[in-house]
Write a protein that binds this ligand. Structure first.
Ligand SMILES: *Cc1c(COP(=O)(O)O)cnc(C)c1O
Length: 367
């Protein structure tokens, strides 16, 4: 799906030099590389404050913990996402309340979110799935009406724009991931919390280091959620390339869009992702097809990498069975999980490889 080592190869000298520099410095926990990375990535995203953390999952943990969310609280989120989104809500002791998605964008439905608010609701946790901003206009207005904070799961959306501004700047907190398959991938696990509010930034920084302030004094219980200095230093080498890689992904997406719409195939057989706004960064390019499983098998046979994000929506995961959702509870998500298929989209894909993927998909579905 993504040629990670191919992407890193042109940077290998600078990466190894940088790694050696950090090793020689003896500063492995926080320190100047982390501070510099936080400033640079905040500028890239377009936010006031960025706090480097140990993973995207831990970014969600920090955000939930910093807002004091726990036992007895409800957090409204989407079931059509990576597990961490719902998993973190449960890990802080709160109850994830899953509401359905829009069939066109795969992102959380604003009206259903509003309808799910109860007196126990403490936050809204939308996901900018595949790199496309969800309807933040609607969510921000709705959250304001109910006086609820928004935590943006922007793990797949670094640099994504929405009509209101960059994602990660629109809620109380934004949560990003540098997992290797994300648009800015590290060399292991790393993540980021963003915010526009200096008070919330301070809370997240305290949470990142066991809740200590000053050192060895704990007014709150936090955790070890620190980003490695080595990860931050290596991500600094990659960050200047990110804009170019994103443009490459957008160009590949446009090529898929054009080829697939020219194919004349029925919408039920092949539906391209719907773009709400021009700020999509295409962490994934996800098509829908009523013949998804056959198409997947065929592409695998042809040695074309594809993945299903996500085969089982969270409300149907065994661990969340006690929440009482049934088959049919959230039909749009369930339907999507049977039809979605992600195609390779990374910047280094190349026209020849992409043409072969396009031809293979169309030829199969025309049969
Ligand atoms: C990747 C991802 C996460 C978790 O990030 P990690 O860095 O892997 O912990 C959370 N939410 C979404 C939507 C993701 O795609």
């Amino acid at each position: 799906m993504l040629d990670v080592s191919g992407q890193n190869e042109p940077l290998i000298d600078r990466l190894t030099e940088k790694a050696a520099e950090v090793i020689r410095s003896g500063r492995y926990i926080l320190g100047p590389e982390v501070t510099a990375f936080e400033q640079e990535v905040a500028e890239y995203i377009g936010v006031e404050h960025a706090i480097g953390v140990s993973s995207g999952t831990d970014a969600l943990m920090v955000a939930l913990m910093a807002l004091g969310i726990g036992k007895g609280d409800e957090v409204i989120t989407t079931p059509f996402t990576f597990f961490a989104t719902g998993g973190c809500i449960a890990r802080v002791g709160a109850t994830p309340v899953f509401v359905d998605i829009r069939p066109d964008t795969f992102n959380i439905d604003v009206e259903q979110t509003a309808a799910a608010v109860t007196e126990r609701t403490r936050a809204i946790l939308p996901v900018h799935l595949y790199g496309q901003a969800c309807d933040m206009e609607g969510l921000v207005e709705m959250a304001r009406k109910h006086d609820l904070p928004i935590i943006e799961d922007a793990a797949q959306a670094i640099g994504t724009q929405s009509p209101l501004g960059p994602v990660g700047s629109l809620g109380a907190y934004g949560c990003f991931s540098f997992f290797p398959s994300k648009n800015l991938g590290g060399f292991g696990d790393a993540g980021l919390v963003t915010t526009q509010d200096s008070g919330l930034a301070e809370k997240a920084r305290v949470m990142r280091a066991h809740g200590s302030k000053p050192k060895y004094y704990h007014a709150v219980v936090g955790g070890n959620f620190r980003i490695d200095a080595l990860q931050a230093a290596l991500l600094r080498v990659k960050l200047p390339e990110l804009r170019g890689w994103t443009v490459g992904r957008q160009q590949n997406a446009a090529r898929y869009d054009a080829a697939f719409s020219d194919s004349g195939l029925d919408e039920s057989l092949l539906r391209t992702p719907r773009k709400r706004f021009d700020g999509h960064i295409y962490n994934q390019y996800v098509i829908r097809s009523s013949r998804r499983d056959e198409l997947l098998a065929h592409l695998q046979e042809q040695k074309i990498a594809t993945t299903i994000y996500y085969p089982v929506p969270l409300h149907r995961q065994e661990c969340f069975a006690p929440l009482g959702y049934n088959e049919g509870s959230l039909p749009v998500s369930e339907h999507a999980s049977r039809e979605v298929l992600a195609l390779p989209i990374f910047a280094g894909l190349g026209e020849a490889r992409q043409s072969r993927i396009i031809d293979t998909v169309i030829a199969f579905l025309e049969r």
